[in-house]
Write a protein of this length. Structure first.
Ligand code: UT7
Length: 321
C-alpha cells in the first residue's frame, strides 16, 4: 500500500509587519478590541513586488531544501489560493517554472481558507493512485489585496503569507508515516456569510471580502468539531492519540472553543494567529512549519489539520509524521 508522507515544509512572510496599533491609526479600531475578540496582535502585509507566487516560490524552495530533494524532481504542484497572481493561468504554473520542474502537473485549488486541506487530500489521492510520486502542496495568499481597508469588521482580521509541504509516495511499511485519513465538505447554501463581491464573470473586478463574522464563528465551531470527529473515527484513533492539532488560524476564540469541544489539551494546539492573523489557505501550512521548525512537531507524532472557510468549505486530515 502507498502512503503520502510529509518529508519537508517551508514558509514565507512578506517583509512588512503591521501591528494593531499601526492599523488603529488608519481604521476606527483598537489594539484592545482586536486582541480581545480575535487574539491577533500583528499581521504581515505584502509590499511592492511581493505576490502570491513570490511567497509560494520562497515557501516551496524552503520545503524542498528541508526535504533534501532537488525541486526539479517534483512532478505535482497543487497550490491553494483565493488570491491568484492572475485570473489564469494557475499560480501553480508560475511556481513550477521558478522551481524548474516544468512538464509535471500543476494547478490551483479554490476552497479559500480550507484550500490547503482540499489540496492535501487531492495530492494524497493522486500519489496513492500512482499519478505522481513527489508533490508540493502549497497554501499562499495576499488577502491584503482583496480587503476593503475601510471595513473595520474584516480588514483587521487577515494577513499575507505562504506555507508549503513536500508530499512523497512511499510504501506504507517504510516507517508508518503519511496521511492516514482526510475528510472534506462544502455547503454552497452559506455563500452570503463569507464571499468576495467581485469576479471576472460577474463584475469584471477583483472585489472585496465580505463576512458576517458572528454567524461564520457559530458554524465554524460546529463544522470543525464534526469533521475532526470524522477523521478520528475513520482512522480508529482517539483524541488522546493526537500529539498536535494544527488548526486554521482565524480567531483564538474559535481555537479555544474547538479544543474544548474535542477535549484536547490547549498546550497541544499550535497557535500562530497572534503573529500571522488569518492568512486563509496559507494558515495551516504556515502554523505547521512554525511548529516543526521550533521543534514541537517531531517524527512519529500524530498531527491533525483542520480548516473552515468561504463557501462554506471545511475539512480535516490526520497525518503520522
Ligand atoms: O477564515 C474564515 C473563517 N472566518 C472566521 O472564522 C471568522 C469568524 N468570526 C470571528 O472571528 C468574529 O465573529 C469576529 C472577530 C469577526 C467578530 O467578533 P465578534 O465578537 O463576533 O464581534 P461582532 O461582529 O459581534 O461585533 C461586535 C461589535 C460591533 O459593535 P456593536 O454593533 O456591538 O456596537 C462591531 O461594530 O464590535 C464592533 N466591531 C469593531 N470594533 C472595533 C467590529 N469590528 C471592529 C473593529 N474594531 N475592528
Amino acid at each position: 500500500m502507498i502512503r503520502s508522507a510529509i518529508t519537508g515544509s517551508g514558509s514565507a512572510l512578506p517583509q512588512r509587519c503591521v501591528s494593531n496599533e499601526e492599523l488603529a491609526r488608519q481604521v476606527d479600531t483598537s489594539d484592545e478590541w482586536i486582541v480581545e475578540r480575535t487574539g491577533i496582535r500583528q499581521r504581515y502585509i505584502a509590499g511592492e513586488g511581493e505576490t502570491t507566487s513570490s511567497l509560494a516560490i520562497e515557501a516551496a524552495r524552503k520545503a524542498c531544501e528541508d526535504a533534501g530533494i532537488d525541486s526539479k524532481s517534483i512532478d505535482l504542484i497543487i497550490l491553494a489560493t483565493a488570491t491568484p497572481d492572475n485570473t489564469f493561468p494557475a499560480t501553480a504554473t508560475r511556481v513550477q517554472d521558478a522551481l524548474g520542474c516544468n512538464g509535471g502537473i500543476a494547478f490551483d485549488v479554490a476552497a479559500v481558507c480550507s484550500g490547503f486541506l482540499y489540496a492535501l487530500a487531492t495530492a494524497d489521492s493522486m500519489l496513492r493512485t500512482g499519478m505522481a510520486k513527489r508533490a508540493l502542496v502549497i497554501g499562499s495568499e495576499t488577502f491584503s489585496r482583496i480587503l476593503d481597508w475601510e471595513d473595520r469588521t474584516t480588514c483587521v482580521l487577515f494577513g499575507d503569507g505562504a506555507g508549503a509541504v513536500v508530499l512523497e509516495a512511499r510504501e506504507s511499511d517504510t516507517d508508518g508515516a503519511g496521511v492516514i485519513s482526510s475528510s472534506l465538505h462544502a455547503d454552497g447554501a452559506q455563500h452570503e456569510l463569507l464571499y468576495v463581491d467581485g469576479g471576472p464573470s460577474t463584475t469584471q473586478t477583483v472585489g472585496h471580502v465580505r463576512m458576517r463574522g458572528r454567524e461564520v464563528f457559530r458554524h465554524a465551531v460546529v463544522n470543525l468539531a464534526q469533521v475532526l470527529g470524522e477523521v478520528l473515527e475513520e482512522s480508529g484513533l482517539s483524541i488522546a492519540d493526537v500529539d498536535w492539532l494544527v488548526p486554521h488560524q482565524a480567531n483564538a476564540r474559535i481555537l479555544d472553543a474547538t479544543a474544548r469541544k474535542l477535549g484536547i489539551d490547549p498546550e497541544r494546539v499550535v497557535v500562530t494567529v497572534d503573529r500571522h492573523a488569518n492568512t486563509s489557505a496559507a494558515s495551516v501550512p504556515l502554523a505547521f512549519d512554525t511548529a516543526r521548525k521550533d521543534g514541537r512537531i517531531k517524527p512519529g507524532d500524530l498531527v491533525m489539520f483542520e480548516a473552515m472557510g468561504g463557501g462554506f468549505t471545511w475539512g480535516a486530515s490526520l497525518i503520522r509524521m
